[in-house]
Design a protein around this ligand. Structure first.
Ligand SMILES: Nc1ncnc2c1ncn2[C@@H]1O[C@H](COP(=O)(O)OP(=O)(O)OP(=O)(O)O)[C@@H](O)[C@H]1O
Length: 337
């Protein structure tokens, strides 16, 4: 992979929240890349820092207590962390777009769909008002809305959840972004509609040639969509690799536990496997040792004293676990087999 293929490079990102005068990190030392035209899925349970990480990229952190403390976010080779609000407004919606779990919260309830669609194009392009409306209608058609000419005059509440998500996708792709960030885009939808929306994202990703960073806790979605997978736990990347190796050769005990909690059709299950315990809250994050140790079936005493680093086990496959830390003495390496 050459440097020219890299679209987004997140390097040692630390995003913290000020709570009672102390900074607590929801994202701690996160590094990964998204290459041009690829789909990278970010997985992990609720509270692992997936949303905070994507809001950091978009400069949409809550201003009153959230901030990037350290690290870089290179977009097309340029660090976007130091950019001003105005400079970020130019990038957001044009080069990087985002769709959220609940489109109703992202759409303005008192403005028509057409008005909101037109606004995106008017903000980022120089085409005339008539052209803008034509383009809005054609974008709505592109996302599978056949009554586009009528829909532009309707308000968000007049549409179903699936239709609203289609509108959000149309708005997100209006300016042909290089990167679409989709944060749990189907969680609020019925199962059949979920499949249609994922299919639509995949189809548009291929048509437009954009990269997609898809945040999900659903490994079925990952299997369907991902080229590469980044597994997050408690604000850190614990494993990343191409999708096949995540499913067929997972290394980190957390990844294995996530995979173990997927119900399989061929197995008669009495009790659904779940991962025991919960993701620690920001205030209860262990300062040293592995953050997963308390829930890890493979934990050893050293896991509570040695803080693991993310290291490559083979090219393109990185794991944050002392079982796979090749820089450690040989006796540890034996545990791997
Ligand atoms: N504004 C905030 N102030 C303080 N803590 C916050 C804030 N927003 C998020 N957090 C905390 O940051 C951590 C990571 O949250 P985040 O929403 O990124 O998790 P997530 O993996 O996206 O989960 P979900 O799938 O539920 O969205 C959590 O412990 C959360 O409580």
């Amino acid at each position: 992979m050459s440097n020219n293929d890299k679209l987004l490079e997140i390097k040692n990102l630390h995003t913290g929240f000020d709570i009672g005068g102390k900074t607590y990190y929801a994202v701690k030392d996160v590094s990964f890349d998204v290459n041009k035209k690829e789909v990278v899925c970010i997985v992990g349970e609720s509270g692992c820092g997936k949303s905070v990480m994507s809001l950091s990229i978009m400069d949409l952190l809550p201003k009153h207590n959230g901030k990037i403390d350290k690290g870089q976010i290179l977009f097309q080779g340029k660090d976007i962390v130091p950019l001003t609000t105005n400079e970020m407004n130019n990038i957001r919606g044009k080069d990087i777009s985002m769709i959220f779990q609940e489109p109703m919260t992202a759409l303005n309830p008192v403005l028509t769909i057409g008005f909101q669609m037109d606004e995106v194009l008017l903000n980022h392009t120089r085409i005339s008002k008539e052209e803008v409306r034509k383009k809005s209608i054609s974008l709505l058609k592109q996302v599978g809305i056949s009554r586009a000419e009528q829909i532009v005059h309707e308000f968000p509440h007049q549409l179903s959840g699936g239709m609203r998500q289609r509108v959000m996708i149309a708005m997100a792709i209006a300016c042909q972004p290089q990167l679409l960030i989709a944060d749990e885009p189907t969680t609020a939808l019925d199962v059949t509609v979920q499949a249609q929306i994922l299919e639509l994202i995949k189809q548009i990703q291929e048509e437009v040639g954009m990269a997609v960073m898809l945040i999900t806790h659903d490994l079925g979605v990952v299997a369907e969509m991902a080229d590469r997978v980044v597994v997050m736990y408690a604000g850190q990347v614990v494993e990343q690799s191409d999708v096949d190796r995540i499913f067929y050769d997972p290394k980190h005990p957390y990844t294995k536990a996530l995979l173990g909690s997927i119900p399989r059709l061929e197995e008669k299950i009495e009790v659904l496997n779940t991962i025991k315990g919960i993701v620690p809250s920001l205030k209860n994050m262990p300062e040293t040792g592995c953050r997963f140790a308390d829930r890890c079936p493979e934990a050893m005493p050293e896991c509570r004293t040695i803080t693991p680093e993310l290291g490559e086990t083979e090219k393109g496959h990185a794991v944050r676990c002392i079982l796979y830390d090749t820089s450690r003495p040989a006796e540890k390496a034996e545990v791997q087999s």
